[in-house]
Ligand binder design. Structure first.
Ligand SMILES: C[S@@+](CC[C@H](N)C(=O)[O-])C[C@H]1O[C@@H](n2cnc3c(N)ncnc32)[C@H](O)[C@@H]1O
Length: 286
């Protein structure tokens, strides 16, 4: 084979699907589920059964939830039909038939979706940052509260720290992994870009880029037009929406490894860092 042919062969290699790369780069649904189980058990002394995943995208979390026990049911809500269809084909179809029947997807706005009462509503990977005004976020919190069973929880994540309010480009190598459909994503580089932050409005424009071996790139695989909310704003709006209480859990730091440790602890204060991740849990009245 000539050098030219070799080059041609490399450039035609297919790039893994952007949703599969996103899941491998960004999501850790096992860790999310462990956190949900822990806080719900601590609050009620019993496990919960029904999960609603708002902004579910490919519904990986909703699928992982029902796969954990035959008692469990989940509802996934997302506006984007193509993303839901991908999730149906590559995440739901490969599941055990009995588990598959317990995941329900709705192509709808999270503000309008009508699902049975959920024990826990999750809105992860900062998806609710699409609501850019107090009125809009309050509207979402009211609607999430009305979707909860008595004693249920709304779980959000958010990021912050001194680096959050500025331009940033951060790359990380991700290991190859096999997805639930048996398809493998090779090793790749994930880049998080905060392209523009406006301190007056807290509007934040971000992009996700992927780079694969052989220089193949997926630039701006995902782009986000958000408002960067703060913990006190979120808690005040939860209280205004009618949540009985909200708790804040901050991820710890491993000094030896010089990286976050994946352990979230309930805190009323902590020392600010360059960047941190938190969950905010809003509780419905029992
Ligand atoms: C950042 S992705 C989140 C994917 C996944 N849930 C996760 O945790 O990584 C945001 C998703 O929210 C959806 N979305 C944005 N606004 C929405 C709305 N008002 N109602 C329902 N889905 C919405 C988009 O279609 C997109 O799939």
């Amino acid at each position: 084979m000539s050098g030219k042919e070799k080059k041609k062969k490399k450039s035609t290699a297919s790039i893994p699907n952007r949703h599969a790369l996103y899941e491998a780069a960004v999501q850790n649904v096992e860790a999310d589920i462990e956190f949900f189980e822990r806080v719900y058990l601590e609050e009620h002394g019993r496990p919960f059964r029904v999960l609603r995943e708002d902004f579910c995208g490919t519904a990986t979390l909703a699928c992982a939830w029902v796969s954990g026990s035959p008692e469990r049911e989940s509802w996934g809500v997302d506006l984007d039909r193509d993303t839901l269809d991908w999730g149906r084909e590559y995440r739901i179809a490969p599941m055990e038939p009995t588990a598959r029947e317990r995941v329900h997807l709705l192509c709808d706005d999270v503000l309008a979706a009508d699902c049975p009462p959920a024990d826990l509503v999750a809105a992860l990977n900062f998806s609710y940052f699409v609501f850019k005004t107090r009125e809009a976020l309050l509207g979402y919190f009211r609607s999430a509260l009305s979707a909860l069973a008595p004693g249920g929880a709304l779980v959000l994540d958010l990021f912050g720290g001194t680096e959050a309010m500025g331009d940033l480009v951060e790359s990380e190598r991700k290991d190859a992994m096999t997805h639930p459909d048996g398809i493998r994503t090779p090793e790749f580089t994930y880049t998080w870009e905060q392209a523009d932050f406006n301190p007056v409005t807290h509007e934040l424009h971000c992009h996700i880029h992927f780079k694969l071996s052989g220089g193949r790139k997926l630039k701006r695989a995902f782009s986000y037009d958000w408002r960067l909310w703060t913990i006190p704003e979120i808690r005040e709006l939860m209280s205004e929406a009618g949540f009985a209480r909200s708790d804040v859990y901050i991820e710890g730091w491993d000094d030896e490894a010089d990286e976050s440790d994946g352990i979230f602890t309930r805190k009323d204060r902590f020392e600010n860092q360059e960047s941190w991740l938190a969950y905010v849990v809003g509780w419905n009245r029992s």
